[in-house]
Design a protein around this ligand. Structure first.
Ligand SMILES: [Zn+2]
Length: 343
């Protein structure tokens, strides 16, 4: 028996909603699921696929169906070799290509091979370009009875309204700190020796990931926290006029474009929050950003946010990470009060 809500309790509400829709025979043909990066959207979609394909679902107390974990469908799925499930995600170009959507459309109208229905997951629907989105519309407008489409959307990234309006929309909430801590602790419990992240690193990764547990796990077991610390040190030094922009930009480049923009976006969002009297989510950068917030009007923060988001959109076409970092760093330094900048 596989019940995702036991492993990731914050998924319970959207999970129960699917169990209910399935029991009542009201399953929509397209679901759009949004949530923060690393909150568990994909795990949720995998669990939903399992439940929809299982040929002998069990019923928990209260009647909610769960996948049995043992039938042929469940076995194929857990071996990631179920022919009636396809996942479409962006490739290196960072957008979902129209060819991928064409192949999805053909899959949608084909007959299921071993299960009673077919499931396609688009991870991430916010990375459909206009052409791919238009191609997808045809599939959404002519629903096939034995086909379910699950679209995953990262919070804050738009999906075209024409797509959105044809889907049932669900949100995956962030876990409480306690739930996230607990989940992380179970995930690292079998790691050995110096591969096992310390409790301190787990807490820090969770903070950097904005409480999204999967992202935090990736951070805690990867290079991100160290690279982020280097970049933040250089950022502070650059703001005080202690290092040249090129040197600071190098530290950001080391993060890679995506993580670098994510970091800048997080700080710009913190700046906007602090300008509006709220709290920073990156406590370590909070002091520096608080100083800028008390010396700048809120619109400057929004201008910076726009700048980062534009860069992210442009990231599709080979942006030079070092130049992009320099451009953003210079924009940040313009927020320093003139007296400080000169000293
Ligand atoms: Zn099963």
């Amino acid at each position: 028996m596989t019940d995702i809500a036991l492993e990731m309790p914050w998924l319970e509400k959207p999970w129960q909603m699917i169990q209910r829709l399935l029991s009542e025979g009201r399953l929509p043909h397209a679901l759009l699921v949004n949530g923060e990066c690393g909150v568990g959207k994909r795990a949720w979609a995998d669990a939903v696929s399992g439940l929809l394909l299982c040929s002998a679902p069990l019923h928990k107390e209260g009647g909610a169906p769960v996948a049995c974990g043992e039938c042929r469908q469940c076995q194929l799925l857990s071996a990631s070799s179920h022919p009636d499930v396809r996942v479409f995600s962006p490739e290196k170009s960072r957008m979902i290509r129209i060819e991928q959507i064409r192949s999805l459309s053909a899959f949608a109208v084909s007959s299921p091979q071993v299960a009673g229905r077919k499931i396609a997951v688009i991870d991430r629907a916010d990375q459909l370009n206009i052409n791919s989105a238009n191609a997808l519309l045809k599939t959404l407008e002519e629903p096939v009875p034995d086909f379910v489409l699950i679209l995953l959307q990262e919070s804050g990234r738009p999906v075209l309204p024409t797509i959105r309006s044809r889907c049932q929309v669900l949100s995956i909430p962030l876990p409480s700190t306690e739930q996230a801590d607990q989940w992380l602790a179970t995930k690292v419990t079998h790691m050995e020796g110096d591969k096992k992240p310390s409790a301190e690193l787990l807490t820090k990764s969770l903070m950097l990931a904005g409480n999204a547990p999967r992202l935090a796990l990736e951070y805690a077991t990867g290079e991100f926290p160290g690279l982020r610390d280097d970049a933040f040190d250089k950022f502070r030094q650059f703001m005080r006029g202690q290092v040249a922009v090129a040197e600071a930009a190098k530290a950001f480049k080391a993060l890679g474009l995506e993580d670098m923009l994510w970091l800048f976006e997080g700080w710009a969002a913190d700046l906007a929050r602090l300008c509006a009297g709220g709290k920073a989510s990156d406590h370590e950068a909070g002091e520096m950003i608080g100083f800028l917030a008390s010396n700048n009007p809120a619109w400057r923060a929004h201008e910076l946010l726009d700048m980062v988001r534009e860069a992210r959109t442009a990231g599709v076409y080979n942006v030079n990470p070092e130049l992009e970092a320099s451009r953003l760093l210079i924009a940040w330094r313009e927020l320093m009060p003139t007296r400080r900048r000169a000293s």
